[in-house]
Design a protein around this ligand. Structure first.
Ligand code: BGC
Length: 758
């Protein structure tokens, strides 16, 4: 499309005008910060770089608490983990009324998937493939959190992960860098907006970098990776968050090239600032500087200097900066101008948040009760939760269930409100939420009867159970008695719904697993239910892909509901009874065996790829004892209706570097219901100077198709979409042959070819 001269002039005027406004705002900010910093001592500037935790203080207004003392002494730039809004307000009051500089505080917390209105865990959110929904959820989180005094969230977590043993896979958007980038930007937009309103909060992208590649899926473990892989497979979502304007970045716990990320100059300076032009501030992860001592890198005084020199601006929890940087300046190890730059970045964030105009901007007791957990937010959470569920199997269209007869609801997740929200729902209030049992009973009213039995604990094995209960005691009870109660209930029912899987405590930080099976007590319950011969629906609660071989072979219907948040009960009932049609698609591969991990759809080809599934071929890249294929591939998910793909055609079979190519496929809803299909486009660069993935997601579309409707879906690609990082880490495309593959998931694809010309 050609733009007219007039349009170009108008566009230039608009751009110039907005540039002038932002330059003027920046110069106001610079003047303000110059004046402020001219009144600050070195110690006070270093104070801004210190971020203590209020961990022990979650409510109440105690006097003389250590955090309040630090604030009075102007020895911190903010704090994290204080939940009580009144306490946060009190801290801002101390600053305003009792300090001479009156520098307001950053109030940080992990608002990761909602505040009191809790949304599904991020891995689930990514299965919606709905970036608009995620932006909306982040915006709602910001509205609620800011009403509770929080002005800074440690979200989004954008770490790519190929290994479901890692419990923190639950916190990210899965295994794909393209999809992960789209979500990274959506979170940032949702939290920060344009930073002009008191509803906007500062976002912190984490964990920079590569945390999701921890060896053996073990949390906090070593990461070792070639730079080419970092750039091609892991860095894109971090960069996307930066491009979206994220105001802060958190370092990761792991090493990168052998150096802790927190002290990695290449990572923080060369890549993040010089190459990606990040202009916000960098904060460490929790106590990461002090942990450099245990790692055998340096004791705290020197570790503080190393982290600071590498590009870290703010020290979360270790107090190393506060206690050692002043001496480092005196000893000539750190220049005062460097402290000035770090301090300035933090003051800029506060300025952009509007805190200097009004330190209480994010403390809104007057409106808190109206906005927090409002009917509107709850409706959004219910709607979004239903979008995240993934239908893994549905033999004979067992789902949706009719609202009739007797339905046995069994399993330890069935009547467990506190289990619905998963990890990182720090401000959740389960007493306000409904359990699945309550929601299902409500959904059927008098038309059907929901019988209930818990059926089992989480584990039979008490050691495993103690592990799962590390941060919250789990309800216990006699497993044999629970099982016989469930059998008695099932006996009377027409259909059985088993709500089980992992409990919330089994995913998130520091909960790696070596087995990805459903815990023993629940597996025993499920097998007993299937053995009754009645139809069984498994509602799978989980924070990660699980190895569901027996389940897939024996349970007729499986709906993965993850941890769906405060409205999960109602959202699940909506889908189970067919008021909503599931449309979610997996964003992390489900393996058949833990031994296949790490595993992702976008792997490189070996020189000896597995020629045929299910048959062992000597001297080929395959396992003796398990297929090389996943149980469920990336992008997989069923619907209550069916979609047919046909007639893939390209606009041309050559693409010139300044041209474009369109790929069109016809998608038909051939089933009996309206539904949403997520149409996915992958490419393969057939020959290149480095090995390229067998498939790479490059585009997708969520399409609503009415029953019987048939639509052409068109994607457009340009040379830019074909770029990758070569051995010199230049972002280039190389002429030659490419495949375009379109389909409902990363396995079932129809293919066409084109050539990129010089
Ligand atoms: C986690 C971060 C989190 C921080 C603050 C750390 O242990 O790794 O993801 O933001 O704590 O709570």
């Amino acid at each position: 499309m050609q733009m007219s001269k007039k349009t170009i002039i108008i566009l230039l005027c608009v751009l110039t005008a907005s540039h002038v406004v932002s330059v003027a705002q920046d110069s106001d900010m610079n003047r303000f910060i110059d004046a402020l910093m001219s009144r600050m001592t070195l110690h006070e500037k270093i104070g801004q770089l210190n971020l203590p935790t209020g961990n022990e203080i979650v409510s109440g207004l105690a006097t003389n608490d250590p955090l309040a003392e630090l604030i009075r002494r102007q020895e911190c730039g903010g704090f994290l983990n204080v939940k009580d809004p009144a306490r946060i307000r009190e801290y801002q009051r101390i600053v305003v009324e009792e300090t001479d500089l009156k520098i307001p505080l950053l109030a940080g917390a992990d608002i990761v998937h909602g505040y009191q209105t809790v949304f599904p865990i991020p891995l689930a959110l990514s299965c919606s493939w709905d970036t608009t929904a995620v932006e909306r959820m982040a915006h709602i989180s910001a509205i609620e959190a800011s009403a509770g005094g929080i002005n800074w969230t440690y979200s989004p977590m954008v770490d790519i992960c190929h290994d479901a043993r890692w419990g923190r896979i639950a916190e990210g958007s899965g295994e794909d860098p393209y999809l992960g980038s789209k979500f990274a930007a959506a979170y940032v937009r949702g939290y920060q907006g344009d930073m002009s309103s008191g509803d906007n909060i500062l976002s912190c992208m984490k964990h920079y970098a590569l945390y999701g590649a921890s060896e053996a899926g073990l949390d906090y473990n070593t990461v070792d990776m070639s730079r080419i892989r970092m750039f091609n497979e892991y860095f894109a979502p971090y960069q996307a968050a930066v491009d979206a304007g994220v105001g802060s970045v958190m370092t990761s716990f792991n090493v990168v090239d052998g150096v802790p990320a927190t002290a990695n100059r290449w990572l923080l300076n060369d890549v993040l600032r010089d190459s990606w032009h990040f202009d916000g501030f960098v904060v460490t992860d929790y106590n990461a500087i002090e942990e450099m001592d245990v790692r055998g890198v340096a004791k705290l005084p020197e570790a503080s200097v190393l982290a600071f020199q590498a590009g870290t601006d703010m020290d979360m929890v270790s107090s190393g900066f506060l206690n050692h940087l002043e001496k480092a300046v005196a000893d000539g190890k750190v220049k005062e101008e460097q402290i000035d730059s770090a301090c300035r970045r933090i003051l800029e964030a506060k300025y952009r948040l509007g805190l200097f105009d009004n330190p209480y901007r994010h403390c809104k007791p007057e409106t808190a009760s109206e906005v927090i957990y409002s009917p509107e937010h709850r409706a959004a959470a219910r709607e979004i939760a239903a979008e995240t569920f993934v239908l893994l199997k549905n033999s004979d269209n067992l789902l949706p269930l009719a609202r009739k007869g007797k339905i046995a609801l069994v399993g330890p997740m069935a009547d467990a409100r506190e289990q619905m929200c998963g990890m990182w729902a720090l401000s959740c209030d389960p007493s306000k939420y409904r359990s699945l049992l309550e929601s299902m009973r409500d959904a059927v009213g008098d038309s059907a009867e929901i019988l209930y039995a818990k059926g089992s604990n989480i584990y039979l094995d008490s050691v495993m159970e103690a592990g799962a209960a590390a941060w919250r005691p789990l309800e216990r009870g006699d497993n044999d008695r629970l099982l016989s109660e469930a059998l008695a209930v099932a006996e009377n029912a027409d259909v059985i719904v088993a709500a089980l899987g992992e409990c919330a405590e089994m995913s998130g930080e520091s909960v790696s697993r070596s087995s990805l099976d459903i815990p023993d007590a629940q597996s025993r319950l499920l097998k007993a239910m299937v053995a009754t011969g009645k139809p069984v629906v498994l509602l799978l609660f989980t924070g990660r892909p699980l190895t569901l071989n027996w389940e897939v072979a024996n349970v007729p219907a499986i709906l993965d509901v993850w941890y769906g948040g405060s409205e999960a009960g109602d959202a699940i009932a909506d889908v189970v009874f067919g008021d909503k049609t599931p449309a979610g698609k997996l964003t992390a591969t489900f393996p058949r065996a833990v031994g296949q991990l790490p595993m992702a759809y976008n792997h490189l080809s070996t020189g000896r790829p597995d020629p045929e599934e299910g048959v062992f071929n000597h001297y080929q890249s395959n396992y003796l004892d398990v297929s090389t294929k996943p149980l469920f591939p990336f992008g997989y998910g069923l619907s209550y209706t069916k979609f047919d793909y046909s007639d893939l055609r390209l606009s041309n079979d050559v693409l010139s570097p300044d041209g474009k190519i369109t790929a069109t496929v016809t998608v038909t809803n051939t089933g009996n219901r309206d539904g949403i299909e997520i149409v996915q486009l992958y490419i393969r660069d057939c020959y290149a100077s480095i090995c390229r993935p067998v498939k790479e997601l490059k585009a997708f579309r969520r399409v609503f198709l009415k029953k019987g409707e048939c639509r052409d879906i068109t994607f457009e690609l340009t040379e830019k979409d074909l770029r990758f990082y070569n051995t010199d880490l230049q972002h280039v495309s190389e002429p030659g042959e490419f495949s375009i593959m379109i389909g409902p998931n990363s396995s079932d694809l129809i293919c066409a070819k084109f050539t990129l010309t010089d």
